[in-house]
Design a protein. Sequence first.
Length: 258
Amino acid sequence: MAARILVVEDNLVNQRVTHDALRRANYSVDVVANGQEALDAAAATDYDLILLDWQMPVMDGFETVRALRAGQQTADVKVLAMTANVMSGDRERCLAAGMDDHIGKPIAPSALLERVAYWLGRQRTAGRAPDVPARQDRAELIDQSVLEELATLEDDAGAALLRDLTVLIRETITQAEAELLEALAAREWARLAQAAHALKSSTTTLGLRSLADACCVLEHLAREGAEVDAELSLASLRKLVAPSLAAMDVVVAALLDR
């Protein structure tokens, strides 16, 4: 059965380009023109993925994704932002708001289809163990060169260090998640920022770049006291934990087999 995709876009030209590209790839596509129409459509249909314009009348992308994440039926749907804003930091702001990814405009059909296929492939059935990320996915989650550098220590020191670090980072993340959740629940922004900063440092050291980026965004939002955005940012960060650790395990296993 073809994946169902909702395109939320008010520009007629962009609607046509996006719709036709997806239809040629054999996806089932619905198109709406603003955020309120998107919420109505998502309430009536279980979509596999939503492509969401950032600047629209009636309800913009920020408001729409917040409403989607708050809904029981739509909380976990994949949402990709489409925006002409491609300046540094735009992807991070989209992720902090609750998006899964950011696609720049003008829309290039080949790039669009690549990102759609990527995110549809990342969807998992509830209760399943996390899939081992493919090579392309791992490149986005982890900087393999960092682990390779750690593995170059003489004798067996590198291998021992890698084994110890894979255990330590799991313990660190588990403790950090609890601290982040408690700080957010208490609305203790300085504590939340400090916990995000500490986890950013640990994940950066092991090359877990997607997690480190998410920590950076959360730290910034906490320092600003941006309550709603911080909640969404932490939710996005937590979704990255399992695939990031799975990617790390694959890389470490390969290094230890050398």
